[in-house]
Design a protein. Structure first.
Length: 400
């Protein structure tokens, strides 16, 4: 049996449908996480190993667990965990066992926007021009050679947090002054073009499958996660993906974004997170040979036979994530979007994960908390009826 371990540090909901995909491909799925993790809100985990608290000891506990169990594949499910593991692992053997890249000398690119930009520059991969602000540089001198508009983003961030576009040096200085903490800030040329969202699967540097789309709806701003996308056939993106997998030694599902500059024809890599996202589980609605088929190729050893281009069932297919899109509809009061779900617009109902009873119970529990209890609590505060019983930040900016 092909044993896969999924490990979570932060409690992200992006991983909850991946166990189903792996089991459908014939894998035994183990989970290493806390007892409140979204990873456990599924019927498709075979064995759960309690990771304990998400503290400094978590990393050593995970390393020991992997050493004591024979896994064919380890999936690190969130950016924070990938960063911690990259910092902790210094030898090639452990890198090959745990990290989503097979080459230890490439680990600096993991969960680091600076590291990714540097890797692209050093390996002939097209990416926007950039500079790194380290809270001591002269900004005018630093951006010499870069063209406005410029995008600022913290070195370790996710979900589109703390990203902004500046059109003048004054705006840039203002955005940098708003940055929190001592993290390096990547200042990157903001290229006008088509943003292409890609989910891909690589194994030992080989590209096995990918799907490409354009965003239709975001949770909040244009840099936040997407809840609705238009998927389409994009054969031109395959060569850059094949090249990326080989050079990085990727061994993971990957969440990737390119900017297609129509003037130059180049595909500029702007994001590469070697972890699953929510869209991967929906590939069965796009192509016959989907991510499940790709995992089967890993199990059989057929991944060595080379990349096989996917062919879409239709030229374009619109998809939406049930849980995330209903939340977005509530936050933005998008009544037309709600009507799309009610009327089964473009077959939206098939994207509701009814096959997973545990996940559906979790989703409706969250709907009750966020869309009913949270709003009633906020209303009480506005009407001065008493203190809120629901504490926490706006869920639009959760790390999922």
């Amino acid at each position: 049996m092909f044993k896969v371990l999924i490990a979570c540090f932060d409690n992200w909901d992006t991983i909850s449908e991946i166990p189903y995909l792996l089991q459908a491909a014939g894998c035994t799925v183990d989970a290493f996480c806390g007892d409140l993790s979204w990873l456990l809100t599924t019927d498709y985990v075979d064995n759960w190993f309690d990771s304990g608290e998400a503290d400094a000891g978590y990393i050593n506990r995970l390393i020991d667990h992997v050493k004591n169990n024979q896994y064919q594949w380890v999936i690190l499910a969130d950016d924070v965990l990938i960063k911690h593991m990259a910092d902790a692992i210094h030898d090639q053997e452990l890198c090959s066992m745990i990290l989503p890249i097979g080459l230890i000398h490439n680990k600096a690119l993991l969960s680091s926007k600076k590291g990714l930009s540097e890797f692209c520059l050093n390996n002939g991969i097209d990416t926007p021009g950039y500079a790194v602000y380290q809270h001591k540089n002269n900004i005018d001198q630093l951006i010499t050679g870069l063209n406005f508009p410029l995008l600022t983003k913290q070195d370790l961030s996710y979900g589109g947090a703390n990203m902004a576009v500046s059109h003048t040096i004054e705006e840039l200085e203002q955005q940098i002054s708003k940055s929190c903490g001592s993290q390096d800030i990547v200042i990157q040329e903001f290229i006008e073009g088509e943003v292409i969202c890609v989910e891909a699967l690589f194994y030992k540097g080989h590209l096995l499958h990918y799907q490409s789309s354009n965003a239709i709806a975001h949770a909040s701003n244009e840099f936040s996660y997407t809840t609705k996308r238009n998927y389409y056939q994009n054969d031109a993106i395959a060569p850059p993906l094949i090249d990326l997998g080989k050079k990085m030694g990727l061994n993971a599902f990957a969440n990737i974004r390119y900017i297609h500059d129509h003037t130059s024809g180049k595909y500029h890599l702007i994001e590469m997170d070697p972890r699953p996202n929510s869209w991967i589980a929906y590939s069965k609605f796009l192509v016959k040979e989907d991510f499940i088929a790709a995992v089967k190729r890993i199990i059989s050893g057929d991944y060595l036979s080379g990349f096989k281009a996917p062919k879409m069932n239709k030229p374009q297919i619109e998809m939406a994530l049930f849980y995330k899109d209903i939340r977005r509809i509530s936050w933005k009061k998008d009544y037309q979007g709600l009507l799309s779900w009610v009327l089964n617009f473009k077959g939206y109902w098939k994207f509701i994960p009814l096959h997973d009873h545990a996940l559906m119970r979790k989703i409706f529990k969250q709907f009750w908390i966020e869309l009913v209890v949270f709003r009633f609590s906020s209303l009480k505060q506005k009407l001065h009826l008493g203190p809120s019983t629901v504490m926490g930040s706006d869920p639009r900016f959760n790390k999922c």
